[in-house]
Write a protein that binds this ligand. Structure first.
Ligand code: ATP
Length: 323
């Protein structure tokens, strides 16, 4: 292997820059040429490649977002688009690629490698959702829960001042990891997530229970993909039952994607980026590099994209006991 490419794809996540930096500097350290591919698969289809040097990734470890930009590319989903991508990679002499992204990104890489097995793809898990198998904390997840925690702490200050019932919506279309961890970290009274179903009656009972215990405020964290349709809808259904409390809704939205990555994020993203290049040099392909129990683990793309639901139920139990 002489030349590799690196790109970020799907939803951007804090820590992606730390990972890019590690890929570039590890590649150079091992005598490889490295190019940055702009805007994920779109950049491969459009041949949007930029040569990277150790200097190109200076001063980015602390920055959120991604210097290589990210995009969702429909052309790559077609055979024609992937053929164009293959021709562009071959013409540029790229024989290995580090893909930083989520389940869609790895699905795309797996489909591509079935058609063009001579280009080796290795993945790093970049998504705030933590919805991948073979990784304890995806790149972006730790920063996202810290951002949500800081925002919820502030909301709690004002909620406590005036006996308020707050519904706070956090990101998580298919999984409730951000909701659960930020809920535990802020002492939320309850958390609604896509993995479990909670009826309005159950929710009302929970809120009544905390109200009767004379809690200063009641915070309900709602994952956006929760089955009742998000915080606004849930609040509408529940608020009329609690006239003594003033009800408020806050949707945290995209602030959860931005911001400077946490120390843990920077270290882990750097470690995974470094290991991804080492994996390519060792001839590996079709795997995601993850950290499980502080050890590097290689998980085939097909397995990595299967959502890991197990942790959610453990965290949910914590919310119930500790609230
Ligand atoms: P996030 O978890 O943040 O949403 P992601 O990697 O899952 O990130 P997607 O938009 O689902 O984000 O996927 C990224 C890109 O991967 C798509 O825009 C598309 O170019 C490519 N891709 C996804 N699925 C396929 C597929 N089945 N075949 C080919 N390419 C695909």
């Amino acid at each position: 292997m002489k030349k590799i490419g690196v790109f970020t794809s799907g939803g951007d996540a804090p820590g992606m820059n730390a990972c890019i930096r590690a890929v570039v500097r590890t590649a150079i350290h091992h005598g490889l040429e490295v190019v940055g591919i702009m805007k994920g698969y779109q950049g491969i289809v459009d041949k949007d490649f930029i040569p990277m040097t150790a200097h190109s990734v200076s001063n980015i470890i602390q920055q959120g977002g991604t210097i290589l930009k990210s995009a969702r590319c429909t052309e790559f989903r077609t055979k024609k688009g992937r053929k164009k991508a293959y021709k562009n990679l071959k013409a540029a002499g790229i024989d290995g690629v580090v893909a930083i992204g989520g389940d869609g990104t790895f699905t795309g890489a797996a489909v591509f490698m079935k058609e063009y097995p001579d280009i080796k793809f290795v993945g790093c898990p970049g998504t705030i959702d933590n919805d991948l198998h073979g990784i304890d904390f995806t790149i972006g997840y730790d920063t996202a829960i810290n951002t949500a925690m800081t925002a919820i702490d502030k909301i709690k200050d004002t909620a406590n001042a005036d006996a308020r019932l707050f519904f706070i919506e956090v990101m998580g279309r298919d999984v409730g990891f951000i909701a659960l961890r930020s809920g535990i970290a802020t002492g939320a009274e309850t958390v609604l997530i896509p993995e479990t179903s909670t009826s309005i009656e159950e929710l009302v009972e929970t809120i009544e229970y905390h109200y009767e215990r004379k809690k200063a405020s009641i915070i309900v964290i709602v994952a956006e993909g929760e089955e009742m349709g998000g915080a606004v809808k849930v609040a509408k259904k529940v608020s009329k039952r609690f006239t003594a409390l003033s009800t408020r809704v806050t949707i945290l939205g995209h602030i959860q994607r931005g911001g400077s990555p946490t120390a843990m994020e920077r270290v882990n993203a750097s470690w995974m980026g470094l290991e991804a290049v080492k994996a390519l040099l060792a001839g590996k392909k079709g795997i995601m590099v993850g950290i499980v129990k502080n050890e590097i683990m290689h998980t085939p793309f097909e397995k990595a994209i299967k959502h890991n639901q197990e942790i959610s139920s453990k965290l949910l139990e914590m919310v119930k006991i500790l609230a």
